[in-house]
Design a protein around this ligand. Sequence first.
Ligand code: PLP
Length: 383
Amino acid sequence: MIDEDELLLIPGPTTLSSKVRAAMARPQQSHVAPEFYNTFKESLDLSRYLFCNTKGLQFLFTGSGTIGMESAAISLLEPGDRVLSIETGYFGHRFTMIAEIHGAKVDAIVTPLGKKADPDLVEKRLKSDKYKAVLFTHVDTSTSVMNDTYELSQLAHNNGAFAVCDSVCGIGGAPLIFDSAGADIVLTGSQKAIAAPPGATLLAVSNEAFSAMEKRKTAIASYYMDLVRWKPIMDDPKIYLTTPAVQVMLGLHEALVEIKEEGIENRWRRHKILANALQAGLEALELEPAAEVHSRAPTVTSFYTPPGRSAEIQETLRSEYGIHIARGFGEYKDTMLRIGHFGNFSATDVLSLLGALELVLTKSVRPSPGKAIEVAEPLLRAA
Ligand SMILES: Cc1ncc(COP(=O)(O)O)c(C=O)c1O
């Protein structure tokens, strides 16, 4: 049984506003009724606002973030295409796997833990071979490392490759302006910084990348994930292709309205201020973030725990303080914990989490009592 008052701070899904929850609890609607397609059309416009996309195409359909990744790969890449994949964590590796499954020949650059992609290294690889696309993750949710989307996209373009960015853990919290970022495909999922329920994927696609999809020599080997097939539905959502997850789309619509009301730049600023305060507080508790200072994300933080204590800290935070954070990813399960600080995350949440963490830690070692709040509080005054 999930407690209504539990503070869900895992790296997605995240806490939903009461309006988003109410939107999902409405009576079942027909997916072809005028009310639904009006809402859907509005969500597409609001998605353009979210991505800052006035120049390219915008897509929205049912499926998790991985469907977005796979749709991008299967629609753009043809069997045998050369691809450079930059892996800054588990999800970067997932992109490599997806491209390989669909027949691309992938070279991967794997960055050391905590570091973002090294532009010199990327450029060297791009100059040494001819690649059709560069795949990279904006914010990797496993390591909480954030890449420079603009820099990587420019490098790809300067070397004749399409730039494809997985921003599942970025869009809505970490700055990204599709019109000027230069990426050809940026994709996300609904359940992280957008603060909607899981189940919808959103993509922005440049006209050049879409034209390459249309002009392929081989057919796109998927019915559902073929972006060329989805395009007419995005132009006119009255056309039936598949039945959307209506409730998810209603919740997403409300979350997108809330983003527009807050203003995207205000939202980026709020995420940055809260992340700075949280990360400073963690450091004051001697809980070092996994990402280097200049690679840290405003949406998620992975941090090292005292040896052997990650499970216990996570469990105690939840059972005694009602705060739910996640274990480290994969091989870092026992040495790290992860906090999703996006969407509706607030200054109160920063202080509650730091206070509770300090209390959990002081059961054995006593760092400096009150230190985390002392360093975080002045940083929050900017909020
Ligand atoms: C960076 C990143 N990419 C892709 C995904 C996959 O998204 P989904 O789990 O919605 O399929 C995730 C999920 O956490 C993610 O964090």
